[in-house]
Each structure stands twice: as structure tokens, then as C-alpha cells.
Design a protein around this ligand. Structure first.
Ligand code: ARG
Length: 457
């Protein structure tokens, strides 16, 4: 394809280090689509004859059918998917195949193919996020009233509702969704026609190729177009952050399923056993979601480091952009699907959650709040009084909400019996009615608002 100025062939190792077909064959659909768009534009502009354009188009269609049937013959000498497609086209249609590469370079070709591929990855990620969001909303609705301990520092803080806790992940997923759609809007420009780096003297119509590939417009600068991999970084960043959120949820599932917590049982479908310990039910899928996040973060870092020292325009280092993207895409798709499945199928154990929530004196803030609202005590002093009540409860070996009125009045005589019902975990969560708060009523409102927002997308 480029041997005109060479007398000898590449060494075996040169061939091996140079070849990317084993990886970039995944771009075959995009490569064929972009080539068809390019050839058709060349025809419209009178650069290709009708007959040649038709032969190329039919030939590319045939190559696509072959590859779709798994009949790609990989040859390291042909380096990458672009040369494989063009070479096979030549075998099928002969001379006109050699005209396809007019006013084009592999540099704008790969940039175009890869944008098309990443655009699909974005659409898939959004679908995966939407599916997880739907499951989170359903489970949150089911558990709008379920009380669980809310933690800070992994210490019981205040009771919350499980519905509210699950909706926190829904918020993260909504932001991740917008990260992907923002990236899509920014990257949706066609590099085709940038050629190697400088543009071309042929009278191309770049708007035509852009619109036939559903790009919003052609890229503005040919040097940027062949060097830019920001769009991949944007994808990887969104993927990495999504995977970090999934990993936090995965970590919670691992904790919740452990015996000391006992907040959930993992169904058989999401558990593995041990080859030696017959008792085991392990949360492997959650652990792998947590592990995959590490790999996806690595993919993002790998590409950033590949890019950081590159002078403009194209350098072959850019060929190494694909493994991290493919890896991240595959891992993210699995992670999203596994998380949606796990959340859908988890059995929550509300009695245990409630018991742990009640055991941590987690309504001490409610006692302080009562002292402020019903007895006019300044909050700082109320905090101190409630703290002393916790110490009394601890010494008596019972939870705060089990102290008698007498015990509470010994701490501070301003406490009267109307304070006591405020100390149950149910009243505590019901009282948290501030916007965005954990009260069951607020959780139901949040779910309704989420469903309305989804219907408008
Ligand atoms: N396989 C190459 C890549 O993925 C295609 C571009 C090759 N361009 C070149 N000038 N050698 O980056």
C-alpha cells in the first residue's frame, strides 16, 4: 500500500509491532460506512465516475457482508482494518478500488471511524445507565419507608430511608448520563476530508460526508482533526467516573451482604460459592464491578499519558488509543448490566437494617432538635445535652430511644414526654422533610420528579 519508495520489506518484529488488525478489526463497520460515504461524495463532486463509484459501493457492501460472516483474513502485512478493507475491495473489484483513497488518508479515516465507534459507545453507555436508573427508581419506591442506618465515617449517623440512599446513586447516574451526552455533542464532527493533516486540493464537499454519517458538521481544522483524541478521553473520563460510582455501590453491596451487616442477601444468580467452604455465598459480581473500576481508571490514564508528549499532527502512538477504549467500553457495559441485575434482585432485610439504625443512638440529633424547637434551647447547648443523654444510654446498655422520661429528665429537666416519640427511627426520618431530605414523603416526591424528567427526555 505504501511500498513505492522502499527496496526491502519490514523485519518480522517491525511487522508485528506495527500491526493493529488484531485490535482495530472492531472498527470494520465504521470503516466501511465511512468509505462508502467518502466514495459517494467523490462521485457527487465528479471526482469519481459513476461506474467506479458504483463498483466501490457494491464492493464495500460485499466486504462488509464477508467480515460480518467472520471471513476477515487477518494479515499483519496489511497492518490495520483500513488496509484490510481496501485490499479485499481490490481483490473483489480490481482497479476502481485504487481510486477510493483519493483525497483521503488513513489519518482522517481512522479519526472518522473511531469517532463513529466512540459515538456508539456513548449511546450504549446511556442505555446502560438508563436501565440501571429504572431499577434504582423501582427499588427506591419499594423501600421509600424502609429505615436503615445512615453513616458518616461508616459510623451510625442518622437514620435514613433505603429509598433515599438508592436515589443518591440515581443522582450520580443522571450526572454520568449528561457527561456522556455532553461528550457526544462535542465530538460529533466529521474529520473526513482533513486527509493526512493539511486538507486536500480536491473539490470535496465535507458537509455531505458529515451529514451522511450523522455528524453535525465537519471539523474546523485539519491538523486538529487528525491529532485529536479528546473525544476518547471524554468518553473514558465519563466511563471512569461512572465506574467509580458503580464501585462505591458495589462496595456497599459487599458490606451489606457480609454477616456483620446482614442488610441484604444476594440471590443465587449473583453469588458464587467456595470450592472448600461449603457455607460460602460470595458477592463476586460486586467485587468485579469494584475491580473493573480500577481497570477503567487505568484506561483513562493510559490514553492521557499516550497523548501528553505528542507533537502535532499524527504519530503512530495514536494507534494505541484503541485498546483502552475497547477495554473500558467492554468493562463498563458489563459493570452497568451486572449492577442493574444485582440491584433488581437483591433481597433487602429491613428488620435488620432498622435494628442497626436504632442501635446506634442515631436519633441523638432529633433530641437536640426537639430541645431547640420545643424547649427553646440554643442548638450548641442542645447538642451537649443530647450527648449526655447518649452517654447515659450507653452506660445503661440500651439505645437512646429506650431511655425513660425519668432518665432523660435527670439529664435535663426541660425534657418532657413529647420528646420521647421523636426519638424513634421512624419519626426521625419522617421529620427530615427539607427539600432533598430522607423523609418517605420526600422520597416519593423525588421518584415522581425523576419519572417526569425521564418521560421528557
Ligand atoms: N492504524 C492506524 C491507527 O490506528 C491508522 C492510521 C495510520 N496512519 C499512518 N500515518 N500510518 O492510528
Amino acid at each position: 500500500m505504501w511500498g513505492g519508495r522502499f527496496a526491502g520489506g519490514p523485519s518480522a518484529v517491525m511487522r508485528e509491532i506495527n500491526a493493529s488488525i488484531g485490535v482495530d478489526k472492531r472498527l470494520w463497520r465504521e470503516d466501511i460506512a465511512a468509505s462508502r460515504a467518502h466514495a459517494d461524495m467523490l462521485r457527487r463532486q465528479g471526482i469519481l465516475s459513476e461506474a467506479d463509484a458504483r463498483a466501490i459501493d457494491e464492493g464495500l457492501n460485499a466486504v462488509g457482508l464477508e467480515i460480518g460472516e467472520g471471513k476477515l483474513h487477518e494479515d499483519a502485512a496489511l497492518e490495520d482494518i483500513h488496509m484490510h478493507v481496501e485490499h479485499r475491495l481490490g481483490e473483489l473489484i480490481g482497479e476502481p478500488a485504487g481510486r477510493l483513497h483519493t483525497a483521503r488518508s488513513r489519518n482522517d479515516q481512522v479519526a472518522t471511524d473511531f469517532r463513529l465507534f466512540v459515538r456508539n459507545c456513548i449511546d450504549e453507555a446511556v442505555e446502560g445507565i438508563d436501565a440501571l436508573e429504572a431499577v434504582l427508581l423501582d427499588r427506591a419506591e419499594e423501600h421509600a419507608d424502609t429505615v436503615m442506618p445512615g453513616f458518616t465515617h461508616l459510623q451510625s449517623g442518622q437514620p435514613v430511608t433505603l429509598g433515599h440512599h438508592l436515589l443518591a446513586y440515581r443522582e450520580m447516574m443522571v450526572r454520568n448520563r449528561s457527561r456522556f451526552t455532553d461528550a457526544r455533542a462535542r465530538m460529533n464532527e466529521s474529520p473526513l476530508g482533513s486527509a493526512a493533516l493539511a486538507g486536500t486540493g480536491f473539490p470535496l464537499d465535507r458537509d455531505v460526508t458529515a451529514s451522511s454519517l450523522d455528524f453535525d458538521r465537519p471539523t474546523a481544522n485539519s491538523i486538529d482533526a487528525v491529532s485529536d483524541r479528546d473525544f476518547v478521553v471524554d468518553y473514558l473520563h465519563a466511563a471512569a467516573l461512572t465506574s467509580v460510582h458503580l464501585s462505591r455501590l458495589a462496595e456497599e453491596i459487599v458490606l451489606w451482604a457480609s454477616q456483620p451487616f446482614g442488610f441484604v442477601t444476594l440471590p443465587d444468580a449473583w453469588s458464587t460459592g467456595s470450592s472448600i467452604m461449603p457455607n460460602k455465598r460470595n458477592p463476586d459480581a460486586a467485587e468485579l464491578v469494584r475491580g473493573h473500576a480500577g481497570r477503567i481508571i487505568g484506561d483513562l490514564v493510559a490514553l492521557l499519558v499516550i497523548l501528553k508528549g505528542l507533537p502535532l499532527a499524527y504519530s503512530k502512538d495514536l494507534q494505541d488509543d484503541k485498546p483502552p477504549l475497547f477495554d473500558a467500553h467492554d468493562l463498563l457495559a458489563l459493570s452497568l448490566a451486572a449492577m442493574a441485575g444485582m440491584v433488581a434482585d437483591l433481597t433487602f432485610l429491613p428488620e435488620r437494617m432498622r435494628a442497626v439504625a436504632a442501635a446506634g443512638h442515631a436519633t441523638a440529633t432529633d433530641l437536640a432538635d426537639w430541645l431547640v424547637s420545643d424547649a427553646g434551647v440554643p442548638f450548641r447547648e442542645a447538642h451537649h445535652i443530647a450527648g449526655r443523654a447518649v452517654a447515659v444510654a450507653e452506660a445503661a446498655g440500651k439505645p437512646l430511644d429506650q431511655l425513660t422520661l425519668g432518665e432523660l429528665q435527670a439529664v435535663d429537666p426541660r425534657i418532657v414526654d413529647s420528646a420521647i416519640p421523636r426519638l424513634s427511627v421512624e419519626s426521625s426520618v419522617a421529620a427530615r422533610t427539607s427539600a432533598g431530605g430522607t423523609a418517605p414523603a420526600k422520597v416519593r416526591e423525588a421518584i415522581a420528579a425523576a419519572r417526569a424528567a425521564i418521560a421528557k427526555r
